[in-house]
Design a binder for this molecule. Structure first.
Ligand code: PRX
Length: 652
């Protein structure tokens, strides 16, 4: 882990929304503090009360079994997450209420009530069982943002199959790596999905991936009616399976610790980590955080814009919303198709009440100009949220003013794939907000800022964000690599969960997250590892050595700059730079494409041969190289790189 830089931030404050305070579950700072204290003193009591609001086939015998780093929550309890999302809501009288409100990029709209969604999920559960998918099997879901993605997830959860959703923007190579790592038996995909007016060829990517890593069966949803290659032995149309399946299915009782899903995310090495979440604890975490942070009301139309390929889509598009009996809005396409006001049009048309999106999207909207949101009636909105990266105060204020009409509070939510659910966030009726701060920990979550030795940091001093008590929705392991799990999360600072983020805590007890302290970079709210991009680049035959660093970017938060040493005899050119960028997109996915390729005859290294990334980061961001360079093996390398940068900036 590297050192923390302190950052200067504005300290403006907005009081809790009065409108919320009048009606919200946690209606004042005092109430929040009392609830927090109560949960902190007796976390097991607090979380068992939360769990009691959900349906259990069998009540647990023990709330928590904790043997660092292994947590078991609601030990001996049996439940079913899909039952809680569907059957339980129908029992409560919500059968006719819209569960999923979907709009495709071409403008097609579909509404599924809780009863209809239940029937679809039961049908698909029967279809999977009929094909031989059993509890514990791993099923990959590689779909666009269409209702079938939620149906597939819920059906897996219902029968106890472990889903692994893979974002549709990932390449065949990334798909294949994940299929191999998780031992996938079944892939659920589509003939295509719409994105910015064209068709994403998902089935084609699957076919390519499966050449390397075959699976038993592929189920294909027909979305675009485009032509696809077909393997009669392996491939099945979703609609054929559904037509033949019964809509009656009894949800089985699953152990609280039954594995629910594996979701891959980037770590510090080249190989993504399969984060494993389990049933009962995850369910309680997402249920409670949705309820408190978004202060859910019966008539909410909740729009979380994340793709289900990311944790935010899992926890808040699908599970958190449905567990609270809330209507979830799903949109398939790009925010600027056909015009940059598509989001605002959707909000006005469907009367969305909550918008939960990423700072990078907000910055893009700001750039596109106020005329786009101004054209639409956004008065249905009552709450705004952000997630995925620190939000700069200017974007925060624009969001509050232009989108929220200075009326809607903003919840800046800090959490991770690993935490499963929101850990730090204002509660809208109870906590005053400050632009750029995710404010305070949720009840039942214990966050500290500490130094390398695990000692608490002083007020406002930068340190490492850790979680010092287990929480229900925490990851249980890295699939197939428990040792890496222990080392990554519990091996850095003794006795606590190490999040990999630098942060500080101010005089009001507010957290300010400053970004990653490891080699994970955050491009448009997407997590990537520098090593992952380096591995992709060195797999190109003309590349000898490479070092990837992040450079701050006004729109995307960070962008990737790759310093590349070509193989001897290779002529560097703009064409080669373009080819290398394309190569990364093909190997990983477009989200990992470097913004810049810089060629260098050699990379700056210490005498022991370590690449001096600190210097490269300074070079990439155009700041003067700082600090000690005395261990640099060959100072001429640095001056050559610096000279190249000066030339680049002269040209610019
Ligand atoms: O660095 C933090 C940043 O995103 C990382 C987690 O990424 P991922 O697992 O992909 O999950 C993203 C969505 C939950 C964190 O380690 N991050 C997330 N939310 C915030 C944030 N940084 C600052 N403020 C946030 N609200």
């Amino acid at each position: 882990m590297s050192d923390i830089k302190s950052v200067l931030v504005e300290n403006r404050s907005f009081p809790p929304s009065r409108e919320f305070s009048e009606s919200s579950r946690v209606a004042s700072t005092e109430e929040y503090e009392a609830l927090y204290k109560r949960a902190d003193e007796d976390p097991e009591g607090y979380w068992s009360e939360v769990a009691s609001e959900l349906h259990w086939h069998k009540t647990w015998e023990q709330v928590l079994h904790w043997e660092l780093p292994d947590a078991k929550w609601f030990v001996g309890g049996e439940t079913n997450l899909a039952y809680n999302c569907l059957d339980h809501q129908i029992t409560k009288g919500l059968g006719d209420k819209t569960a999923i409100l979907f709009e495709g990029e071409p403008g097609d709209v579909r509404k599924l009530s809780f009863s209809e969604l239940h029937a679809e999920v039961c049908r698909f559960s029967n279809a999977l069982l009929g094909m031989g998918v059993v509890s514990g099997d791993r099923v990959a879901i590689y779909l666009p943002m269409i209702p079938e993605a939620a149906i597939a997830m819920l059906a897996c959860a219902r029968i106890g199959a472990i889903h692994s959703v893979i974002f549709g923007g990932f390449s065949a190579g990334s798909l294949s790596d994940r299929i191999a790592d998780a031992g996938i038996s079944t892939v659920i995909t589509a003939d295509g999905g719409y994105r910015r007016g064209s068709v994403l060829e998902l089935k084609k990517n699957v076919d390519e991936a499966l050449e390397k890593t075959p699976v038993e069966r592929v189920i294909v949803v027909q979305r675009c009616k485009n032509e696809v290659n077909w393997d009669n032995e392996r491939d099945h149309w979703y609609h054929d399976l559904m037509a033949a399946a019964s809509s009656e299915h009894q949800a089985p009782a699953l152990d609280s610790e039954h594995p629910l899903f594996i979701l891959y995310t980037s770590g510090t090495t080249g190989k993504p980590k399969g984060i494993l979440h389990t049933t009962g604890g995850y369910m309680c975490g997402v249920y409670q955080s949705t309820k408190l942070v978004f202060d859910i009301k019966d008539d909410d139309i909740f729009w979380c814009t994340a793709d289900v390929g990311w944790i935010t889509g899992h926890s808040y598009v699908v599970y958190g919303a449905l567990l609270n009996g809330t209507t979830t809005l799903m949109y398939e396409g790009a925010p600027n198709h056909p015009e940059p006001d598509r989001f605002w049009e959707l909000i006005a048309k469907h009367k969305a009440t909550i918008l939960y999106t990423a700072p990078t999207a907000i910055r893009a909207f700001m750039r596109w100009g106020d005329t786009w949101p101004d054209k639409h009636d956004l008065s249905s909105l009552r709450l705004l949220g952000t997630v995925g990266e620190p939000i700069n105060p200017a974007a925060w204020e624009w969001y509050r003013e232009r989108i929220g009409g200075n009326r809607c509070p903003i919840v800046d939510t800090w959490w991770q794939t690993e935490t499963g659910s929101i850990m730090v966030s204002p509660l809208p009726g109870a906590i005053a907000t400050k632009p750029g701060s995710c404010t305070r920990a949720l009840p039942g979550v214990s966050i500290k800022i500490v130094n390398r030795e695990g000692q608490p940091c002083d007020t406002n001093a930068g340190g490492f964000l850790v979680i010092d008590k287990p929480w229900p929705s925490m990851l249980r392991t890295i699939y197939g690599d428990h040792e890496r799990f222990t080392k990554t999360y519990f091996g850095e600072i003794d006795g606590v969960y190490f999040a990999g983020d630098g942060a500080r805590c101010d005089e009001d007890g507010y957290f300010w997250v400053m970004g990653r302290v490891d080699d994970v970079i955050n491009v448009s709210g997407h997590r990537l590892s520098t090593m992952e991009v380096e591995s992709a680049l060195v797999s190109h035959p003309q590349v000898a050595e490479v070092a990837v660093v992040a450079k701050p970017d006004a729109l995307k938060g960070q962008v990737i700059v790759a310093f590349v040493t070509p193989m001897g005899g290779v002529e560097t050119s703009d064409a080669l730079a373009i080819e290398l960028r394309q190569h990364v997109a093909k190997e990983i996915g477009a989200l990992a494409r470097p913004e810049e390729i810089r060629f260098a005859d050699a990379l700056p290294k210490t005498r022991s041969g370590k690449i001096m990334r600190r210097l490269l980061r300074d070079l990439a961001s155009g700041t003067k190289v700082q600090g000690d360079v005395t261990t640099l093996e060959d100072a001429s390398v640095l001056s050559a790189l610096a000279a190249q940068h000066d030339e680049d900036s002269d040209e610019a």
